[in-house]
Design a protein around this ligand. Structure first.
Ligand code: DGL
Length: 275
């Protein structure tokens, strides 16, 4: 029997669990190793050098654990580090995430799309290129960009305590700054969740904005893309047993353990890697 090869997934914290959830649904026989960098989070309000250094350290660690593919389940880390990691590991399929701006423009009927993301993602050259490519294609959609300071942190805290008071206040503050939501002309009818933490605030956002506003996340598209890459480059798992998941955190293991149980129904011990 050969060595079991894993799919490595990392994020600044628990947000990437929204991507892991979609990956497990798409690739039920694959084994995953999920690494939350909670000891060095949040990334979104730190300088790019910090995110780059951490992304290199996490990728290096995961590569030493026999990964056949790497999923950067973090918009902020993708914007800062994916080009460099691809250059450093040219043989390794590396999949990143970016705000689902293109799908949102297709969905919007009012032509006004909101984008919630970290400050770092919105200020990145990669995100600017994405907006420029839409402008070059002549889009008539207008975008309202909202850097959501503190929101990922509030989600981390609500995962471990179950208390959503701070989370609701953060969602209200950020969506309140974006203008009117709704399906009338001039209103934002489509909201891009441009950080992998934000799908875990979906309920709170729907309660604030109503269920007519469409929320667009990236987990499923990333999972489909990962399947395609693995099938053509790294090889899908040969066994048909249910895939296993190892959870690791550089911060408080309790936070990741509680989030995985709460949102993925995954009961697994969390270990703290040494690197
Ligand atoms: N989950 C990360 C993202 O997708 C960022 C959260 C943070 O600020 O650390 O951008």
């Amino acid at each position: 029997m050969g060595v079991t090869l894993l799919i490595g997934v990392f994020d600044s914290g628990i947000g990437g669990l929204s991507v892991l959830r979609a990956l497990r649904a798409e690739l039920p026989h694959e084994d995953f190793i999920y690494l939350a960098d909670s000891g060095h989070a949040p990334y979104g309000e730190r300088d790019v050098a910090h995110v780059l250094t951490r992304s290199r350290a996490l990728a290096g660690y995961l590569l030493r654990q026999n990964v056949k593919t790497l999923v950067i389940a973090c918009n902020t880390a993708t914007a800062a580090a994916i080009d460099l990691l691809r250059a450093q590991y040219p043989q390794l399929p590396i999949i990143g995430v970016e705000p689902a701006v293109k799908p949102a423009t297709l969905l919007s009927q009012t032509g006004r799309v909101g984008i919630m993301a970290t400050r770092s993602t919105l200020e990145s050259a990669r995100f600017q290129t994405l907006l420029d490519s839409l402008a070059a294609n002549g889009t008539s959609t207008s975008f309202v960009l909202q850097p959501c300071d503190g929101l990922a942190d509030a989600i981390e805290r609500s995962a471990s305590t179950g208390d959503t008071t701070e989370l609701i206040a953060a969602c209200a503050r950020h969506t309140g700054a974006m203008g009117r939501f709704g399906t009338e002309k001039g209103e934002i009818d489509t909201l891009v969740l441009g950080c992998t933490h934000y799908p875990f605030a979906e309920q709170q956002l729907i309660a604030l904005l109503g269920d007519k506003v469409q929320l667009v996340a990236t987990g499923e598209a990333v999972a489909r893309q990962t399947r395609r890459q693995i099938a053509s480059l790294a090889g899908l798992a040969e066994s048909d047993r249910p895939g296993r998941v190892s959870l690791l955190s550089t911060g408080d293991p309790q936070v990741l353990q509680a989030a995985a149980a709460r949102w993925l129904g995954l009961q697994a011990a969390v270990t703290q890697p040494q690197f």
